[in-house]
Design a protein around this ligand. Structure first.
Ligand code: UT7
Length: 329
């Protein structure tokens, strides 16, 4: 007998109420709505307040996903949070979320750090653990408070990122819905292109040299752009080929929401019309690990995903990591 079919049973998302527009940013750094919008497609992003920690936002998204799945926290025996902005270095954000939700002590709770590919990495991990038969219901959450690691004086990065969370509940398939495949990749030769150099054991904070690397995002945007398009195209083509499918079989592609030009370049290379690619980054900016589950939840709730549809999730991020997932609804 093969592994049991595992499906996404419910989704949810959360974004802080506070919105920071491009015009607001142009009062803080030397930038403009015109530059940000034409180079990225972003118009505004949500910014968390002091109470809205990564675990707070994760728990808020998770409650909606649990209700959508018709389950409660008591049903969960696996909880994975994908994040690069945990509340603390330790313990894991997943343990904070467990406490907020009341997930039982018999659950395995841990974080994954694959940056913007984190949700795909969490999906792959949870799927494998559920398919093993040793766990029954998983909660996987991408949650980020990137505003806490942005250098608000650096116009080349501060205009790109936002805060938010998205969650999915995984469990035994109930109908046609099923997770069909995942592909994960990493190129550790490119760790220098996107990183938070300070705050780890290499450069502990407070840094001895205040002019040195800080606990803030440092990025080589132009280099990442090219690898992002190439990596996401590879992750898409290889997963589709593995299932004898072509891009035409996919009714909705949900890509990591970093830059509209990256998304449109991917669509062009795959020869997919832009209207089959879901985009919401104009309202959220890049929310790293939260980006795909936030977009997935919006796509489902807005009717862009219907029962029986094939959806492809595809991401890239720091590492550099990239990956894809093929999901039937
Ligand atoms: O989840 C992964 C996260 N990272 C990414 O996705 C990054 C991928 N890369 C990108 O999205 C793009 O490379 C950026 C949006 C980051 C930058 O766009 P670009 O078209 O590659 O611009 P650039 O870096 O080549 O900069 C062009 C010019 C520069 O000025 P000069 O040297 O030509 O005089 C920058 O200094 O734009 C300037 N610039 C800005 N001007 C106004 C950079 N940031 C800004 C800004 N406002 N915010």
């Amino acid at each position: 007998m093969g592994s049991p079919a595992i499906a996404i049973l419910g989704t949810g998302s959360y974004a802080p109420a506070k919105v920071l527009t491009n015009d607001d940013l142009s009062k803080q750094v030397d930038t403009s709505h015109e530059w940000i919008f034409t180079r990225t497609g972003i118009c505004e992003r949500h910014i968390a307040n002091d109470e809205e920690t990564t675990s707070f936002m994760a728990a808020a998204a998770a409650r909606i996903a649990l209700a959508d799945a018709g389950l409660t926290a008591a049903d969960i025996d696996l909880l994975i949070v994908a994040t690069v902005t945990p509340d603390m270095q330790m313990p894991a954000a997943a343990c904070f979320v467990q406490n907020l939700l009341g997930v039982p002590a018999r659950a395995a709770c841990f974080d994954v750090n694959a940056a913007c590919s984190g949700f795909i990495y969490a999906l792959d991990t949870a799927w494998a653990m559920l398919a093993s038969g040793r766990y029954r219901h998983a909660l996987i959450i991408g949650s980020e408070k990137l505003s806490s690691v942005v250098n608000w004086k650096d116009r080349t990065t501060c205009v790109l990122f936002g805060d938010g969370a998205g969650a999915a509940v995984l469990g035994p398939a109930r109908g046609t819905a099923e997770i069909l495949g995942t592909r994960l990749y990493a190129e550790g030769t490119h760790t220098n292109l996107l990183c938070i150099p300070g705050g780890g054991c290499l450069v502990p904070e407070p840094a001895a040299n205040p002019e040195g690397p800080q606990r803030a995002i440092a990025m080589k945007g132009r280099e990442i752009f090219k690898i992002a398009v190439r990596g996401m195209e590879q992750a898409t083509r290889e997963i589709l080929a593995g299932h004898n499918l072509t891009p035409d079989h996919i009714s909705c592609i949900i890509p990591h929401q970093a830059n509209l030009r990256i998304i449109h370049a991917l669509a062009l290379y795959l020869e997919v019309p832009n209207d089959r690619v879901f985009v919401n980054l104009e309202r959220y900016g890049n929310t790293s690990a939260a980006s795909i589950p936030l977009a997935l939840d919006e796509a489902r709730r807005s009717g862009r995903i219907k029962p029986g549809d094939l959806t492809l999730l595809v991401a890239f991020g720091a590492g550099l990591t990239y990956g894809s997932a093929l999901v039937r609804w």
